[in-house]
Design a protein around this ligand. Structure first.
Ligand code: FAD
Length: 322
């Protein structure tokens, strides 16, 4: 069975991000999953990878991954594509993952598919499912040239455990001078937050212009904390400076696919929908019954958010005290 390369997303101390387990679950359908691990931490992460079916773990423990941006990872994958001839390469559909995918496709003369929400085997190679035009159209695509490079949206596939050998295989790697052209000059650690990371969260509470102001937006944080959720925002909110840009959901923000997405005071413009349409359950609170968000909502409440959300908070508090 041909190998399927999975680029691991992980921390330097070896914590494997959930999206990697999702990619392994998809890779098992296509062939024999081999994880590609960049930098340190593989010894700590290998057991987790084995639990989700990794047969091999290629480890390139090179300092070249920490000082530069994404180019070294793309070079390493190109090196492995040449030596292993995998059936496909799967990467996380994060901003970085998509850039790696694009670079790898160019290096290997292959087709690339991004924003996949599912990947299944097909007669002509892996078939990727992609929502388009804010989810109005679903496309099934196959790469017809080279090695399929597929970027899969975080949270789109449910990770399923399955034992794998997870044999560690060291890989010699030195990034080229071209890959080192852009260097990382500094890192600013994110403010520590008790909230889940936006793209990995199971529940997201997102606020829109309907919150009225930065002060009004605080009700979104309160609701998120009551539900143990991440906070998201529409572009209207981030452009107005009511909430930081890294929390923007949509075409020019983050793409999310949680189990539950609460859209509060958000109209549901197509550019917002493009980033959240694949959420499993969508709940909308909006005072305008004609707001487009209700077209895709599973549940909707027509009402003023400053009346509805406090009632919701009371109800959550009551249930928690049971
Ligand atoms: C190229 C491009 C890229 C874009 N990328 C993105 C993107 O990534 N993400 C994104 O979000 N947008 C994006 N946009 C902007 C997008 O088109 C919309 O302008 C934006 O999503 C609107 O945000 P909103 O829903 O918060 O505001 P509005 O459209 O103004 O909607 C506010 C909603 O709140 C409701 N409301 C008001 N007061 C209350 C209240 N008290 N209680 C309950 N409901 C209330 C209103 O009925 C209304 O439906 C992009 C636009 C372009 C052109």
């Amino acid at each position: 069975m041909a190998e399927v390369l999975v680029l691991a997303e992980h921390t330097a101390d070896g914590e494997v991000k959930k999206v990697t387990l999702e990619l392994l679950t998809a890779a098992r359908r296509l062939g024999s999953p081999s994880v590609v691990w960049t930098g340190p931490g593989a010894d700590a992460g290998v057991a987790r990878l084995g639990e989700y079916g990794a047969e091999k773990v290629y480890v390139a423990d090179s300092a070249d991954f920490s000082g530069y941006v994404v180019a070294p990872a793309a070079e390493l994958l190109a090196q492995l594509v040449a030596s292993v001839a995998p059936a496909a390469v799967l990467v996380a559909g994060t901003t970085e993952g998509k850039e790696v995918a694009g670079r790898l496709a160019v290096k290997t003369g292959s087709g690339v598919l991004t924003d996949a929400v599912d990947v299944v085997p097909g007669d002509g190679g892996p078939v990727a499912e992609q929502p388009n035009f804010g989810g109005a159209i679903t496309v099934h695509s196959v790469v017809r040239t080279g090695t399929p490079v597929i970027a899969v949206r975080p949270n789109a596939i449910t990770p399923e455990p399955s034992a794998g050998a997870a044999a560690l295989e060291p890989v010699a790697f030195a990034a080229s001078n071209a890959a080192k052209a852009t260097i990382i000059t500094g890192r600013i650690p994110a403010e520590p937050s008790a909230r889940p990371e936006l793209t990995e969260a199971q529940v997201i509470v997102s606020g829109g212009r309907g919150t009225g102001s930065a002060e009004g937006f605080k009700i979104i944080e309160t609701l998120a904390d009551a539900l143990g959720a991440a906070v998201g925002a529409s572009r209207a909110v981030t452009d107005a400076g009511w909430y930081p840009h890294q929390f923007q959901v949509g075409q020019t923000g983050k793409t999310v696919s949680p189990q539950l997405y609460l859209a509060v005071g958000i109209s549901g413009a197509i550019q917002h929908r493009a980033g959240m349409q694949t959420s499993k359950t969508i709940v909308a609170i909006n005072k305008d019954a004609e707001a487009p968000i209700f077209e895709i909502a599973d549940y909707g409440v027509v009402g003023d958010l400053f009346t509805v959300v406090p009632q919701l908070l009371d109800e959550i508090a009551k249930r928690k005290s049971l």
